[in-house]
Design a protein around this ligand. Structure first.
Ligand code: ZN
Ligand code: ZN
Length: 276
């Protein structure tokens, strides 16, 4: 049963659970020595940087979800394609759920409310019906009718399969196992840690009304997303790392894009609402 109200026992979504289990099983094949090669690891690393750094962090999050900057349409579409190849669900769902997270952070209507525990906020919420699921299109009205967003949304699995076939012909099974399964596994959990660990462990620079934290190891895995308390403090800012140790690789990319004239309207403001 799907309703707009909070359910005590949300319905399981096998259509998400089964592919997620298959992804994890596929990643285990990376442990077989016959699937190892340094070129396969290199391909996985490069694809992780492109799909998580440029795709999820820059494209899905700072650009599409928060509109923290503007880039030419062709470049926006490139970033959205990169994020689509991160295999974290279809773009409109990703953006819609993330906007809902910010609207209701750490409350009942937050899709991955961290007060429900680590497991729920990390991965279990994805496997269940969550509040507002049927209303999600209302929160992505600005991109719902964009033909390229729609294409990426509708064909994100096809695009991943096409990438897998390409990798197979270029480097055989090791490139598929590492470049698809192991890479998706690492990128998936790296992003999930933003929803779980970055609402539980780390330090808080800002006295926000939620439980968000800054967590250095999540920031390293996600190219800057781990400075999550800074992000919740001033969510429209394209810059998340503010202290010298808060390495924010995606911000450096945005800064470079701005320098060469490809990024405009870049919002980058530090909040003054510090911890007392
Ligand atoms: Zn956000
Ligand atoms: Zn959050």
């Amino acid at each position: 049963m799907t309703t707009g109200t909070i359910e005590t026992r949300p319905r399981l979504r096998p259509e998400v659970l089964v592919p997620t289990v298959l992804l994890h099983v596929g990643a285990l094949f990376a442990l077989l020595p016959s699937n190892f090669s340094w070129s396969a690891v290199g391909v996985a690393f490069v694809l992780h940087c492109i799909t998580i750094g440029l795709g999820i962090s820059l494209g899905f999050h700072r650009l599409a979800s928060h509109r923290s900057l503007k880039v030419p349409r062709w470049l926006e579409y490139f970033f959205i394609l990169c994020g689509t190849l991160a295999g974290q669900g279809a773009v409109l769902g990703w953006v819609g759920y993330h906007r809902l997270h910010h609207m209701h952070v750490d409350q009942d209507l937050d899709p991955h409310d961290s007060t429900k525990g680590f497991w729920w906020s990390h991965i279990a919420w994805l496997m269940h019906e969550v509040p507002h699921r049927e209303n999600r299109p209302k929160y992505t009205r600005d991109v719902n009718d964009d033909r390229f967003y729609r294409f990426c949304h509708d064909y994100y699995i096809h695009l991943q399969v096409a990438l897998g076939v390409l990798l197979y012909f270029m480097g055989g099974m090791p490139w598929v196992v590492w470049g698809i399964f192991a890479r998706l596994f690492v990128g998936f959990h790296a992003t999930c840690f933003v929803n779980s660990a970055c609402h539980m462990v780390g330090y808080r620079s800002h006295d926000t009304a939620d439980q968000s934290t800054n967590c250095w190891w999540v920031a390293l895995l996600t190219f800057g997303e781990g400075w999550h308390n800074n992000h919740h403090a001033i969510e429209y800012s394209a810059r998340y790392g503010w202290n010298w140790w808060e390495i924010d690789m995606v911000w450096y990319v945005i800064w470079a894009l701005k320098k060469v004239g490809l990024a405009t309207n870049v919002k980058a403001r530090r909040t003054t609402a510090k911890m007392s």
